[in-house]
Design a protein around this ligand. Structure first.
Ligand SMILES: Cc1ncc(COP(=O)(O)O)c(C=O)c1O
Length: 391
């Protein structure tokens, strides 16, 4: 019964060209990786500051494991809160210029845990979402059971019309990402924050892909635009530029206390490993000092986008280290990814449902570990693809 059910479901996935499989990487996830014994330029990871495998971080991780052990073996409220959780939360709150912070075992859980705790269909509350928000934000919104309004991607006039339509709700939570994970484009956060204030909406911004990369000391896009104090809730993850693990929410002390009491994704799970907290503290220290890496990343991102655009590729509206090459159909995208892979570049095909139907793409994720020769090779190969009319 189960086998038959699974075979049918898997055939549906396969026939739609949407079968996913895991690739086994046998090196650290830096800019150059080993898969099946062969070296590839890796454009797949969110290791934006090239901190995966950093010696100082590794040493700190080893010290932290020695000190605390590998796991926390309890939920935070039961017996799993260590001094190092508090230290990390204080440091993250300071990083985001907010009074308080709370860490979760992952960024996914932070988003699901914050939204579903704050919004409930019983409070005449609603959620207002950018159409292209990350799956974790959508899952939190759906779990809340509240009415969800959607506005066009990064379009502030569409956002304003939705805010007007939502006027009758007592509590409105407006949610966006600062740098979008699959398009690399930016929410105009100043306008977003102003509109939230104008229409009485609580603002929540997920800085997963901008923390470490944008703003002074990598404090994020809200900081870079001088609006971090206008955003009510800032979400981040330690799993990308920080090369560690875990998610966090920064906000007022009241909101953090509320989450400790109400967020099921926080309450009913084992605490983030204290060893990882120690590691993340070291990462945070290094992230702040990584100005040269940020500059290198920004120069390379500009260069790659310009060259791809000159060669006629659609890189959406990317203004960050995430550069999509929109290839449209699943078939084209798959072909392009396979061609790159055969030629020593690992840049995975991103398909529905991760991105909307018809907008499949190769997602290039640049890191400070890449060099100009890497992007030159990518450019030359994509040009070959273009000449062969594959994309
Ligand atoms: C925008 C965004 N938010 C949240 C997450 C989830 O973070 P984590 O990988 O730490 O669970 C991701 C990434 O996967 C993301 O792209």
């Amino acid at each position: 019964m189960l086998n038959e059910f699974l075979e049918n479901k898997m055939s549906e996935i396969k026939n739609a060209g949407l079968l996913r499989r895991l690739r086994l990487i046998s090196s650290n996830p830096g800019a150059h990786i080993i898969i099946d014994g062969k070296e590839y330029i890796n454009f797949s990871s969110n290791n934006y500051l090239d901190l995966a495998g950093n010696r100082e971080i590794n040493e700190e991780a080893a010290r932290a494991v020695q000190k605390y052990g590998a796991g926390s073996v309890s939920s935070r409220l039961v017996g799993g809160t260590f001094r190092v959780h508090e230290e990390l939360e204080t440091a993250l709150a300071d990083f985001k210029n907010k009074p308080a912070a709370l860490v979760f075992p992952s960024g996914y859980q932070a988003n699901v845990g914050v939204i579903s705790a704050l919004v409930s269909k019983n409070d005449n509350a609603c959620i207002i979402m950018d159409k292209l928000n990350h799956a974790s934000l959508w899952d939190g919104a759906k779990l809340s059971g509240a009415r969800i309004f959607v506005y066009e991607h990064c379009d502030m006039s569409s956002f304003e019309s939705v805010l007007k339509r939502a006027r009758g709700y007592n509590f409105k939570l407006a949610v966006t990402e600062s740098v979008f994970s699959m398009d690399g484009d930016l929410t105009p956060l100043k306008d977003f924050a102003q509109l939230c204030v104008k229409y009485g909406a609580v603002s929540m911004v997920d800085e997963a892909h901008s923390a470490g990369v944008f703003g002074k000391e990598g404090r994020g896009l809200a900081w870079a635009l001088g609006v971090e104090d206008k955003i009510d809730i800032i979400i981040g993850t330690l799993s990308k530029a920080f090369a560690a693990q875990g998610g966090f929410a920064c906000s007022s002390k009241k909101l953090i206390d509320f989450l400790i009491n109400k967020s099921r994704a926080f309450i009913y799970t084992t605490a983030l490993s204290p060893a990882i907290c120690g590691t993340a503290l070291k990462s945070l220290e290094i992230v702040k000092k990584s100005g040269d890496k940020r500059r290198h990343l920004s120069v390379m991102s500009e260069r790659l986008k310009n060259e791809l655009n000159e060669a006629g590729f659609n890189t959406s509206n990317s203004r960050s280290q995430i550069v999509p090459i929109i290839t449209g159909s699943i078939e084209n995208t798959q072909k392009a990814a396979e061609f790159l892979y055969k030629n020593g570049i690992y840049a995975p095909a991103i398909k529905f449902p991760t991105v909307p139907e018809g907008s499949a793409r190769i997602r290039i994720s640049l890191t400070a570990g890449h060099n100009f020769a890497d992007i030159e090779k990518l450019k030359n190969l994509t040009q070959k693809l273009r000449l062969s009319k594959s994309v």
